[in-house]
Design a protein around this ligand. Sequence first.
Ligand SMILES: C[S@@+](CC[C@H](N)C(=O)[O-])C[C@H]1O[C@@H](n2cnc3c(N)ncnc32)[C@H](O)[C@@H]1O
Ligand code: SF4
Length: 379
Amino acid sequence: MLMHEEIPLSLYVHIPWCQKKCPYCDFNSHTIETNLPEARYVESLIKDLEWDKKLSQGRKINTIFFGGGTPSVFSSKSIGRIIAAIDNLIGISPNAEITIEANPGSTDKKKYGDFFSVGINRISIGAQSFQSKHLDSLGRIHSNKDAKDAIKAATKAGFNNINIDLMHGLPNQDIREAKEDLKIAIDTGAKHISWYQLTIEPNTEFHSKPPTLPHTDELADIYDNGMTLLSNQGFEQYEVSAFTSDKKPSLHNLNYWSFGDYIGIGAGAHGKITTREGDIVRTLKSKMPNSYMERRDKNPRNKKSVPQDELITEFMMNALRLKNGVPWTYFESRTGISQSVISERVINLQNQGLLESSMEQLRTSDLGYRFLNSILERF
Ligand SMILES: C[S@@+](CC[C@H](N)C(=O)[O-])C[C@H]1O[C@@H](n2cnc3c(N)ncnc32)[C@H](O)[C@@H]1O
Ligand code: SF4
């Protein structure tokens, strides 16, 4: 029987607007047309949280993540109001990690200090690149200088837990340029870098009008050179795209990857919850901002139990993304499924040298990490 009270709880808050939609992005984000319905959306979020309050079942929230979209388009007053409502309705653990995503082009840098004073203690800055021609080709609204200024402003505002989002494999990018972006990010003093390879997603402008991307072998060279640079500069990879130089991983993402529980509020947000009865359920909110806000007086939540085979796949997809994996005990304690159900597959993968044979820790070998997708296909 799953013991829900032993499973850590996080909260995700989705803010679905951006100043301008980027051509590569398939997140649930929409260009701000005329007026941002900020006050109405905040009311809807609080209503949503009132419904989901019971999912916490006595647990406090350990991490909060304001994601988007671009949550930093909201005022610090609104963000502070949401944090206060979370604390009132559910309760926030002391020293909880509270992150906000910020786009250097759409945030008045003075706001950073205000975000800090309403309780945000980690900021994730979407720099993407520090080179004008790449920022242009990505359709970003900020300049190279804006990105650097945003990082300086965050430091000045008091943040000592800063993440920089960078992408690589950009249209016509070469190895030198990709390394230069990493060097600049490292030189800012930020202790966390998320380094994503640009992917062309369906339903994006880049999908209908594909840009010229580097060839496969160039992409591999960019990746290998970037990994060497990060490692030489003391940045440890702890997840496929996440690197930290100061043992400052994203605690919020670690909870997802370790198959912890999370409540998701906001348009299109999903949650994963272990119930008192030992069942694991998924929740999903209306995707479009208007329909989400219109439903604010009714329960906006769709809820469904997760079948056993999906639970196994999801657990493995999350846990094995972590370089060090997770304790083996998490498999039973967080899915409710006996380890014996997967033991034959695990032994086969261990015999092939793709999974470590440790009895304590479920993790890939170095070889297995390079072929993560082939391992995941077995689950
Ligand atoms: C929700 S967005 C971040 C915050 C903010 N809206 C911004 O763009 O500055 C999360 C991150 O995902 C990454 N991302 C988005 N679309 C991507 C794609 N198609 N391929 C690779 N990374 C992508 C970007 O690095 C982006 O900063
Ligand atoms: S990448 Fe960020 S700013 Fe661009 S559309 Fe997506 S969420 Fe908005």
